[in-house]
Design a protein around this ligand. Structure first.
Ligand SMILES: Nc1nc2c(c(=O)[nH]1)N=C([C@H](O)[C@H](O)COP(=O)(O)OP(=O)(O)OP(=O)(O)O)CN2
Ligand SMILES: [Zn+2]
Length: 124
């Protein structure tokens, strides 16, 4: 099994509804996102997937979040933009473009600060 990881970041505002704490108030973070792709077979070139391909897909997905008030986005109308659900949103978005016969997005981690991170692994 091979594993490829790429990272990128974005800045956004959010508030967590019904959180019963100061995170219910509007505030922001600089999230760092880590995407892990796994697969059992390499391309002829010897790579599982080009880092650049994953970075491009991640940057496109993060462009939708960067400098936004996340609670306003359609995906977060009925759920909080917690780090867990941001990771899930990115997992679903990236799986749709990166998954193939020999490679799959394995996980997406969203680091809200240098010491707090949530990871989504999908349903499988
Ligand atoms: N499991 C999760 N817990 C929390 C999330 C989350 O997305 N998933 N989010 C938050 C809030 O976004 C909040 O802004 C973070 O607050 P806090 O943990 O207090 O962050 P600080 O960096 O200010 O914490 P310190 O106590 O100063 O380290 C909360 N929890
Ligand atoms: Zn927060």
């Amino acid at each position: 099994m091979y594993e490829v990881k790429v990272m990128a970041d974005f800045a956004a505002a959010h508030n967590l509804r019904n959180f019963r704490g100061r995170c219910e108030n509007l505030h922001g973070h600089n999230w760092k996102v880590e995407v892990t792709v796994r697969g059992d077979r390499l391309e002829e070139s010897g790579v599982l997937v080009d880092f650049g391909e994953v970075k491009d897909a991640l940057r496109k997905a993060l462009h939708q979040l960067d400098h936004q008030y996340l609670n306003d986005l359609t995906y977060f109308q009925d759920k909080n933009p917690s780090s867990e659900l941001i990771a899930r949103y990115l997992f679903e978005t990236l799986s749709a473009v990166i998954d193939g016969p020999h490679r799959r997005v394995h996980s997406v981690s969203a680091w809200e600060s240098k010491d707090s991170c949530a990871t989504y692994y999908g349903e499988r």
